[in-house]
Design a protein around this ligand. Structure first.
Ligand code: SF4
Length: 492
């Protein structure tokens, strides 16, 4: 049996880092971790090929080779997924589809032959059994949440890791919090399910053996969702990193309570974590209460961010406007907040009602749902009737983005961040980093309107915080990407 696994293209989004990738000669930011894991669950005797459309185009010969085409996609990849499905159908190929967009909206994909929905650890074996018996069903779905202790190591041999900027590993699924807009807890539940320490060591080793020596994104919904277990895992990761001379810098997603736990921050720092993404959402207390983000209410967010920066981890933040309780001046409040806390990578989106979330149900009951979500965090599209006048919200949002990502505000934030940040991660500078530095010097230091600010940043970093120089250059390069993406979003 010949299996072609296809990962659809994602648009030019905030997290695609498309415009930054050119600086480091990479084609995509992250590998298709879900499909690689599914590939490892398929029978060993099957021939498998994986095609990531973010890296290379899909050719008819590749489709012709396949007996079955597996597609996995997030909501943001829906358009590309539909195109792939159309091409498969035109060539008479059978399609197996799974992943978030199919799990939440399978009725919108008429041409898919088999849906393997929810978590593959449960539904995929059922499909494979029926396929072997010659009677596969149209839909496989299950509300059960599997434990992850038997989830295999992704089949890294199916991709060329050199095409990617960062590798990915998953340790846990689920998050104990209950934010109203969050679809993660709908898909993965509120009780974190974890891989074992041994599995994590094997996953690290597999990437190391594949030749990887850069950053690794632990793609958990909330890495610290089960703190006692994370504290059991981290010593093993620290030991592994030491024994291998710290080949990986680590990044992940966490909740704000990380800043309350000195021991945990020190352990993460020792394991070589250098970035964490956190939903900071809003400086407006009533909006935090509205969305149930209680973990952000207990402590001042400026202290949370400062504390984590001092422990060597750069905070990347998610921010939202469009809550019912947002005052008219929320846009100005957000700018002031984000500038003050020095979160450089600030992903600001308009509140979105993702399918089946508590928010979605509330807005549906109130007759305020307008359309499906695009799954893109920063496209400025509204899929519900806001309390604030719609035009005012969209105009304010665009003003907010334009201000935040103006050269002046962006570089100011880098300086604020660097002032509080203690660089601790052990990074290995590679030839690619040197090339990126030269390209940045040309693109940002000569051609860009931000050239003065760029060189000022470089000089200041060299004299004041030399160890932070690579991160300063990286942030300047990301600023170039964000500027391009936001131009598209703010287009009139
Ligand atoms: S903390 Fe993050 S992952 Fe957890 S429920 Fe809230 S938004 Fe979702």
């Amino acid at each position: 049996m010949n299996i072609l696994l296809v990962y659809p293209k994602y648009p030019d989004t905030f997290w695609s880092f498309k415009h930054s990738l050119k600086f480091i000669s990479k084609r995509a930011a992250f590998p298709p971790l879900g499909l690689l894991t599914v590939a490892a669950m398929l029978p060993e005797g099957w021939q498998k090929k994986l095609l990531d459309l973010n890296v290379e185009p899909l050719l008819d010969e590749q489709l012709a080779w396949a007996d079955l085409v597996f597609i996995s996609a997030m909501i943001v990849q829906k358009e590309s997924a539909l195109q792939v499905i159309k091409r498969c159908k035109a060539l008479g190929k059978k399609i197996v589809a799974g992943g978030p967009v199919f799990t939440t909206q399978h009725e919108q994909f008429q041409d898919v032959d088999y849906f393997v929905l929810n978590e593959a650890e449960i539904t995929l074996p059922l499909f494979l059994d029926d396929l072997a018996g010659g009677r596969p069903k149209h839909i496989y779905t299950s509300e059960a949440r599997p434990c992850l202790t038997r989830t295999p190591v992704p089949l890294w041999s199916l991709i060329d890791i050199k095409n990617y900027a960062t590798m990915a590993i998953q340790y846990s699924r689920g998050c104990p919090f209950n934010c109203e807009f969050c679809d993660i807890i709908i898909m993965n539940g509120r009780v974190p399910r974890l891989k074992s320490i041994e599995q994590m060591q094997n996953e690290f080793q597999a990437l190391y053996d594949a030749g990887w020596r850069r950053s690794v994104f632990i793609v958990d919904d909330n890495f610290i969702g089960n703190t006692p277990k994370v504290k059991e895992l981290l010593p093993a990761l620290i030991k592994w990193q030491k024994e291998h001379r710290f080949p990986f810098t680590l990044l992940t997603e966490v909740s704000a309570n990380l800043a309350n736990d000195e021991e945990l921050m020190q352990m993460m720092c020792a394991a070589n974590f250098f970035k964490v993404f956190m939903g900071l959402e809003t400086p407006n207390h009533a909006s935090l209460v509205e969305c149930g983000k209680n973990q952000n209410i207990a402590k001042k967010m400026s202290e949370v961010v400062d504390t984590i920066h001092r422990h060597g981890m750069q905070v990347m933040g998610g921010f939202i406007v469009g809550f019912d309780h947002d005052p008219d001046n929320i846009f100005e409040l957000q700018v002031r907040f984000i500038q003050q806390i020095g979160v450089v990578t600030a992903m600001v989106g308009i509140l979105t009602a993702l399918p089946q979330t508590r928010l979605w149900h509330r807005l549906k009951a109130e007759g305020r749902l307008l359309s499906d979500a695009t799954g893109e965090n920063t496209d400025g599209l509204l899929n519900f009737k806001p309390k604030m006048e719609k035009e005012k919200l969209i105009a304010g949002y665009q003003r907010l983005l334009t201000t935040l990502y103006s050269h002046k505000h962006y570089y100011q934030r880098i300086h604020t961040f660097l002032r509080n940040y203690t660089p601790t991660a052990r990074t290995r500078l590679t030839k690619e980093d040197l090339v990126a530095f030269i390209r940045a010097a040309w693109r940002l230091g000569i051609l860009s309107g931000a050239r003065f600010r760029y060189w000022q940043l470089i000089v200041k970093s060299i004299f004041v915080k030399r160890k932070a120089l690579p991160i300063a250059v990286e942030l300047a390069i990301h600023g170039f990407h964000f500027e391009k993406v936001l131009k598209r979003v703010c287009r009139p």
